[in-house]
Ligand binder design. Structure first.
Ligand code: FEO
Ligand code: CA
Ligand code: CA
Length: 745
């Protein structure tokens, strides 16, 4: 969500509230800088040129060698689920082959000449037989919303389907499109926005709509001729939302932390929400990641703190659970017998934890696995991957006989980057195993958090009771057991000494090199002042708007990347550099460090995904609130190099006072050959969520919350996609090349 997205009563952006009070680095405080090129790059960086198989985020390219990517030696390629065509661009170096789209403030989607962008799936579109078309004026029956597209389309994966209705990563004309619906723009959902009287939601039906509009869609999409449509009456179609029953697995399942009146043994909960970025598994399931869940819960500290332990209060503080609840869902009366509304109140009310929802907040903040091929299957929250503000979970290289790895960001200011390494080694026989395969690989493993050293190296710190200061005697939080560690993963990461980053968003793994990329979307001066820069979060500047408004901190963000030692995703060490610094092309050399031009300048990278059909092609999406005086949010195509292709750099940061120098490592400047703007979205939107058909000839992109900043329902800022005087709608767009070729190349 964008910076101007919903605010709490104090006016703080709900997307990025920092709740990290630790003195964790900011490594300028900790280590003398050593600009050692030898130390950074002299150890060798993986096996450059060896193509790796990976399958995070938007792609149907799956493990098991289902696509045509080569696999790391020595593992043999497992049998693919279906015959696959060779990717045409694999041998020759990739080359961007389109004219850059100009920055724009228009209320349209613009793509390069020779391409067509078509709207596929909009907020409210029906996904079951008999559900009427969306009126889009706030009058649609609330009871139909469990069979309509949700709001705020976000992370997305295309799963190709073969004639036997099984997963086929090469599927090019039929598939399941699975996508997150992160949040809502309430003004456009009801006749005239939310009905709130004296801080209370007085129309229960409005709240029911909102329950259904969060979560995940599974829709069948088909290509007929050159046109993609979704199939309204497909038996695969499904909505997962805040009322869907879910199971817990992993270390926190069936422990006291997750016991509620709804599930007195802590084995289940209802729903998922604020589903931001996503991930995949090599056995063919979807991962949805719960990001800004904390703000949905009502907990008035003045009422509740007296009933809480010191540890509970520390946890609430670290996760930011202290508000009236952003949508005021808990205020609806009377409640239902199954506490549909009261469950959002996470205060102590009853005698014990099984009499109320005092632990309700602990049931959110997880990575959730959904099997899209089995619509009746119950989603599972995988607690071994930790509880935080999950942005996405990108699967690392998949090698038969080796552990599986997922890389994850925690999106708030000053939060951390994590990875999970499975205990079990990958066996391609588990393809198609659904949730049972997830039980094998995702419930047992090691959770790590990243420390980025000032010298260009890094360390993965294990989050486990008894190591890295994670003990009962840690002075900020007395850890009790394994369930405590994963449930309070942020506190464990604090104890371990992780590096605070400038809001980690999406993670992506380059299939050509194995390098892992993380978007650090932005931060501000209050959260990370000039005195708290570090080599991996090095810039502090005043990004002045064309109107002369100051924007201090790192309002444009950057993209860090790292290579695990010896190209081994299970390694405990890595080398890093900054692939890209986002900036206005007109900014000074110490700000525009990647030398961006009018064809590729940008701000606030967020969505990020490597193509499977064209290994090495990277897509970048922006969620910007800083450069919006000049342009709407955008999608860019990139051909990045590898960790270490640039060099060490000393930059000068400027505040109102004395300039300060900061060491960093800057990747090779991309030039327009390596980075080019491909699409600009409509007014007040965010670009997020991206996937491609198995042949790479259809690119699916989500346009989230056009017109979000509208305050007068009679005058929406945007009328996209339906035009005229219509209310704007989040929507999926499908992009094809008019000659049927690969997108962007
Ligand atoms: Fe939902 Fe971190 O963006
Ligand atoms: Ca995001
Ligand atoms: Ca964002």
């Amino acid at each position: 969500m964008t910076a101007n997205t919903r605010s709490d009563e104090s006016g703080i952006d709900l997307d990025d509230i920092g709740t990290n009070p630790t003195a964790n680095p900011s490594f300028t405080d900790l280590i003398a800088s050593r600009l050692s090129r030898r130390h950074l790059f002299g150890l060798g960086v993986g096996t450059a040129g060896t193509a790796l198989l990976q399958a995070c985020g938007g792609g149907g390219g799956g493990g098991g060698g289902g696509t045509s990517f080569p696999i790391l030696p020595p593992a043999p390629a497992p049998a693919p689920p279906a015959p696959t065509p060779a990717p045409p661009a694999q041998q020759a170096p990739l080359k961007l082959n389109f004219n850059a789209v100009a920055k724009s403030l228009d209320d349209v989607v613009t793509v390069p000449a020779g391409y067509t962008a078509s709207v596929l799936y909009r907020l409210g579109d029906p996904i079951a037989a008999g559900v009427p078309a969306y009126a889009n004026d706030g009058t649609d029956a609330p009871s139909t919303y469990d069979r309509r597209a949700g709001d705020h389309h976000d992370g997305m994966t295309f799963f190709g389907i073969n004639a036997s209705n099984k997963w086929d990563p090469a599927g090019a004309s039929r598939g399941l499109l699975v996508m997150n619906h992160e949040a809502i723009t309430p003004l456009f959902l009801h006749p005239a926005g939310q009905t709130v009287v004296g801080g209370v939601r007085t129309v229960a039906d409005e709240v029911l709509r909102e329950f259904y509009l969060h979560g995940v869609s599974v829709i069948e999409v088909n290509k007929v001729g050159n046109t993609w449509t979704y199939k309204q009456d497909s038996s695969f179609n499904r909505r997962v939302h805040t009322l869907t029953e879910m199971a817990f697995s992993g270390p926190a399942a069936k422990t006291d932390y997750l016991k509620t009146k709804y599930s007195t043994d802590g084995s289940k909960t209802r729903g998922t929400l604020n589903n931001c970025a996503n991930g995949t598994t090599p056995w063919g399931t979807y991962l949805t990641c719960e990001e800004n869940w904390a703000g949905y819960f009502r907990r008035i500290a003045a009422n509740d703190d007296k009933n809480r332990s010191t540890k509970e209060k520390a946890s609430f503080s670290r996760y930011g659970v202290a508000s009236t609840g952003r949508e005021l869902w808990a205020t609806v009366t009377p409640d239902t017998p199954d506490d549909l509304y009261g469950r959002w109140n996470t205060e102590v009310i009853g005698a014990t934890a099984t009499d109320d929802y005092r632990n309700g907040h602990n049931t959110y903040g997880w990575v959730v696995e959904i099997d899209p091929f089995t619509p009746s299957s119950m989603p599972k929250k995988r607690t071994a991957l930790g509880r935080f503000g999950h942005e996405g979970a990108c699967l690392g290289p998949v090698v038969v006989g080796k552990p599986l790895v997922w890389y994850m960001g925690d999106d708030s200011r000053n939060e951390y980057i994590y990875k999970f390494v499975s205990t079990k080694n990958w066996d391609a026989a588990d393809i198609g195993g659904g949730i049972a395969s997830g039980d094998k690989y995702m419930d047992d493993g090691r959770l790590y958090v990243a420390r980025f050293n000032e010298d260009g190296t890094g360390v993965w710190l294990e989050l486990k009771l008894g190591v890295n200061n994670i003990t009962s005697s840690y002075d900020k939080y007395a850890f009790a057991d394994a369930a405590d560690v994963v449930t309070n993963a942020r506190l464990a990461a604090d104890a371990a000494g992780a590096t605070k980053m400038d809001r980690p968003e999406w993670t992506a793994v380059n299939p050509k090199t194995g390098d892992v990329y993380v978007t650090l979307t932005n931060t501000n001066a209050a959260s990370r002042p000039i005195t708290k820069t570090s080599a991996s979060n090095p810039r502090y500047y005043d990004d002045k708007t064309t109107g002369g408004k100051s924007q201090l901190g790192n309002p444009n963000g950057h993209i860090v990347r790292f290579a695990d030692d010896n190209a081994d995703p299970t390694a405990r060490g890595f080398k890093w550099d900054v692939y890209l610094f986002a900036a206005r092309s007109t900014a000074s050399a110490d700000v525009n460090l990647s030398q961006l031009t009018a064809d590729n300048d940008m701000s606030s990278p967020d969505g990020m995904w490597f193509s499977h059909a064209a290994p090495g092609l990277l897509w970048l999406q922006t969620d910007d609130g800083a450069y919006t005086d000049v342009t709407n949010c955008m999608l860019l195509a990139a051909l990045p190099g590898k960790v270490g292709d640039g060099g060490a750099k000393v930059i000068t940061n400027v505040d109102a006072g004395t300039p300060r120098t900061q060491n960093t490592f800057v990747g090779k400047a991309p030039g327009t050959e390596g980075l080019r703007r491909f699409l600009v979205g409509p007014k007040d939107c965010e670009l997020t969520g991206i996937a491609e058909s198995g042949d790479g000839r259809a690119l699916f992109v989500n346009i989230q919350h056009p017109g979000e900043g509208t305050s007068d329902i009679k005058a929406p800022i945007s009328h996209w996609p339906d035009g005229g005087t219509s209310r704007p709608r989040s929507a999926t767009v499908v992009i094809t090349r008019n000659d049927g070729g690969l997108i962007g190349l």
